[in-house]
Unconditional design. Structure first.
Ligand code: ADP
Length: 233
């Protein structure tokens, strides 16, 4: 099963890289085929730049997952107040929402919520969820980030009122390279790796990541990280 998984991973990774590289190449080939005007060259270069940036992101994600699989990528858990991580994530969420013309709200409690976490990694996981919420919510919609402490866990949720996910698709969303709508979500920049990275991060925290969603109504992603009961550092 492991070999089969590895083969599938390599095949998917090659496909994800071949598609943008061939797009970059075709754009450049068409541009140099004959003399072009300055705006035409600019257009071609902008397309190439955008597609190269996406490709770099896919490569970064693939490298991270490869390091995670080989055990060389890890998280460093420290005792920290989850509110600080969520506050920083909220600043990023606000910016994202502004770019996508969405409303953004965050809810952070008054009292400290101590967890053992890697602040950078946890923020990355939250950014993946908010980035998805922004990508899959039409203009005018809203995104909410909320932190609460319940039953020994810090519970962080990202809710949107976007396109939602079909019930049959829900079990697959955390799989590598999985996308509900291959063509459309690639257009939005995704290779289907974000949620598998978020899940790896949450797993490394001894936590749980879950999703509830309804097509046309929206999605609720939910991360739970154990509270830190014996503060030592
Ligand atoms: P991608 O880079 O394609 O967004 P992810 O692993 O982050 O990859 O997500 C996998 C797929 O799950 C997405 O392509 C999309 O179909 C679906 N998805 C994730 N988040 C949401 C959301 N908030 N609303 C609707 N669909 C979502």
């Amino acid at each position: 099963a492991a070999v089969k998984r590895m083969k599938q991973f390599t095949a998917d990774a090659s496909h994800e890289l071949r598609a943008p590289v061939s797009l970059i190449r075709t754009t450049a080939e068409v541009a140099v085929m004959r003399e072009r005007t300055a705006p035409e060259y600019r257009d071609a270069l902008e397309d190439i730049l955008e597609e190269s940036e996406r490709t770099s992101q896919v490569i970064d994600s693939l490298m991270l997952l490869a390091r995670a699989d080989s055990g060389t990528e890890s998280v460093e858990l420290h005792s920290l107040d989850a509110r600080n991580v969520v506050r920083e994530a909220a600043e990023q969420g606000e910016k994202l929402a502004r770019t996508h013309n969405l409303k953004f709200a965050s809810e952070i409690p008054q009292a400290a919520i101590l967890v053992r976490a890697d602040a950078e990694a946890l923020r990355r996981a939250l950014l993946i969820l908010m980035d998805n919420a922004a990508k899959y919510t039409p203009t005018g919609g809203s995104v909410q980030l909320k932190l609460v402490a319940v039953n020994g866990f810090a519970s962080i949720s990202v809710a949107d009122n976007g396109i939602g996910i079909a019930p049959d698709d829900l079990p697959h969303v955390f799989d590598r390279f999985w996308r509900a709508d291959k063509a459309r979500s690639r257009e939005r920049g995704g290779a289907g790796l974000g949620l598998s990275i978020a899940k790896w991060i949450v797993d490394m925290h001894g936590g749980v990541i879950e999703v509830q969603s309804e097509p046309g109504k929206g999605s609720l992603f939910h991360i739970q990280v154990p509270l830190d009961h014996n503060v030592t550092d």
